[in-house]
Ligand binder design. Structure first.
Ligand SMILES: [Zn+2]
Length: 147
């Protein structure tokens, strides 16, 4: 195949969401199969990009101008839906984080961070963006504590 026809993202040129320009993360078929409604799933191949911007309608897209939006997903998911689990693997929610803060001990969060290091964590296959939620959980925790 002629290389000129393949818009390959090289390591310096990052891929951005066609709608909002957010820096996207590459995603495998696990999350795509799991989260996209079957009738919309065929729009994308075995890998795509995840926008990750909660204010943008586009969830997944490829470099051939195909995209999947929030309403094309099977269920309501975090961060588009604040009450959906933040952690795709173990189900930690915003509620759990708030409870930790109320109780003054991040017990649930610590437990999650421990679990996220085990083989039971399957973020690459389950998470909407294919990434571990640990960073997001810590960000939300700090934000809610006003730090
Ligand atoms: Zn976007």
């Amino acid at each position: 195949m002629n290389k000129a026809f393949v818009r390959e993202p090289d390591s310096d040129a990052s891929v951005r969401c066609p709608r909002c320009g957010n820096l996207a993360t590459e995603i495998g078929r696990g999350p795509l199969d799991l989260h996209i409604l079957p009738e919309h799933r065929r729009r994308l191949g075995d890998s795509a990009w995840c926008c990750g911007n909660v204010r943008c309608d586009v969830v997944y897209f490829d470099v051939f101008d195909q995209s999947v939006c929030v309403e094309d997903l099977r269920t309501e998911v975090y961060p588009y839906c604040a009450t959906a689990p933040i952690c795709a693997c173990f189900g930690l929610t915003l509620d759990d984080i708030e409870q930790d803060i109320r109780e003054g001990q991040p017990v649930r969060i610590r437990e999650l961070l421990k679990q996220s290091q085990t083989a039971d964590a399957a973020c690459r296959a389950l998470a909407l963006n294919g990434e571990c939620c640990a960073k997001e959980v810590q960000r939300v925790y700090l934000k809610l504590r006003g730090l």
